[in-house]
Design a protein around this ligand. Structure first.
Ligand code: SAH
Length: 394
């Protein structure tokens, strides 16, 4: 096994069991080949961990074990996968929810590997060529269990995690799409072989349920950055008088129509608007439109024709715009998936938005990742989701 020396200033990080190996943490990272198993040592020769090499964003690979005596072989991968499956027994058995994350990267012991389950079908996301090198071992585990319909994959190889366009079918029986999955009794149509995204982000499951069960009845709901309208569907099923979904992607309209339709909701009673959210805010203000609930779930970074949105900089502005459109005692469901800051800083951003509008508020509840999105407590960035349900006072 190749020995790799960790630079002194990064030793502490790995000793604290942070599994991500940064490119700048090791000598001669360019000499590593994808999928190679390496032994990390200090310059004094002290053993630190065993890892695989895989270029992913700023990372060079992931530590698989901090034990010197453990062997990284097929049985290692099998143990991790079976343990992840066992932890999710209740998800496999749930009748009202048929889609969940079965394996969550470093949270389940193997960084760079994500596996979601959609009613009998698995979707494997490979975040580097390095992890892809272990594909046969990983697929073999599923074959031994032999209780799946089919396997699809998403290759997110290059260093920015961008998706490589391909036929994503791996093996088993090809699905018929849309495949219908259930989430707390709601229906969602998913497409496992139609690009990088399948139509639903499973990490918002608890938030969608909260919106349906506690915040939607009798309300007008504005869903911004709405994608396929998953939040709008939850709101409509929860008894919203009307939902308005806004997304600038043209495809979002037909996708949202579909999600409403598979839930027996008349989409013609809802507004589905293809527009830049910031233009919509201006339009709605001009027209004096008001909402009881505003859902904010932007991407971390988005470039449209007119502007670039960066969560870390622009979230307070989103809050301000939402306040302008809120009915008395209205509610904002503010979400971010930006990994570079935590809940405290997110609340600061929210606070700045309210301060600018000189409004008081209370945070009614907070959410982070649901239970199937296992997190590694030594890797804070993995715990990326932050959601606050905020009520304006007056
Ligand atoms: N809230 C969604 C997921 C959002 S994904 C859900 O729960 O499923 C981010 C979405 O933001 C994408 O669909 C993208 O098209 C949209 N988007 C990015 N920038 C935008 C902008 N300036 N205005 C409107 N939509 C935008």
């Amino acid at each position: 096994m190749k020995r790799v020396t960790v630079k002194q200033s990064y030793v502490k990080n790995i000793k604290q069991q942070n599994p991500l190996i940064l490119e700048e943490a090791i000598d001669e990272p360019h000499k590593l080949s994808e999928g190679e198993i390496i032994a990390l040592h200090t310059s004094q020769g002290e053993f630190l961990g065993q890892a695989y090499a895989g270029r992913q964003n700023k990372g060079m690979g992931w530590v698989l074990t901090f034990k010197q005596e453990e062997t990284i072989d097929q049985s290692f991968f099998k143990r991790k996968l079976l343990s992840a499956m066992n932890k999710r027994r209740s998800y496999y058995q749930a009748e009202e929810t048929t889609a969940f994350r079965m394996f969550n990267g470093e949270g389940d012991g193997i960084g760079g590997l994500i596996i979601d389950y959609f009613d009998g079908y698995y979707v494997i996301q490979w975040y580097s060529e390095g992890i892809y090198a272990f594909k046969d071992w990983i697929i073999q585990v599923f074959d031994e269990l032999d209780d799946y319909q089919g396997i699809y994959e998403k290759k997110r190889f290059d260093t920015k995690g961008q998706y490589v366009e391909d036929d994503d079918f791996v093996k088993g029986t090809r699905g018929e799409f849309p495949l219908m999955v259930k989430e707390n009794g709601m229906n969602y149509a998913v497409y496992l072989n139609d690009g990088a995204m399948v139509g639903i982000f499973l990490d918002q499951r608890d938030v969608r349920k909260a919106l349906r069960d506690r915040y939607a009845k009798g309300k007008h709901v504005l869903n911004t950055f709405s994608y396929t309208g998953a939040f709008s569907v939850a709101a409509a099923l929860g008894g919203a008088v009307k939902t308005t979904s806004v997304d600038l992607a043209k495809r979002s309209k037909s996708k949202t129509v579909e999600q409403f339709s598979v839930n027996g909701i008349d989409f013609e009673q809802q507004d589905i608007i293809v527009m830049d959210v910031f233009d919509y805010f201006k339009y709605a203000k001009r027209k004096n439109l008001q909402y009881d609930v505003v859902v904010l779930d932007p991407p971390s970074f988005a470039r449209s024709k007119k502007r670039t949105f960066r969560t870390a900089k622009d979230y307070p502005e989103l809050i301000e715009n939402s306040i302008d459109l809120l009915e008395k005692n209205g509610v904002i469901i503010a979400s971010t998936n930006t990994a570079s800051f935590g809940m405290k800083k997110f609340k600061d951003m929210i606070h700045r938005g309210f301060q600018a509008k000189q409004k008081k508020y209370t945070i009614l509840e907070e959410f982070s990742l649901p239970g199937d999105f296992a997190v590694d407590k030594h890797f804070k960035q993995g715990n990326y989701l932050k959601v606050a349900v905020i009520q304006v006072k007056g």
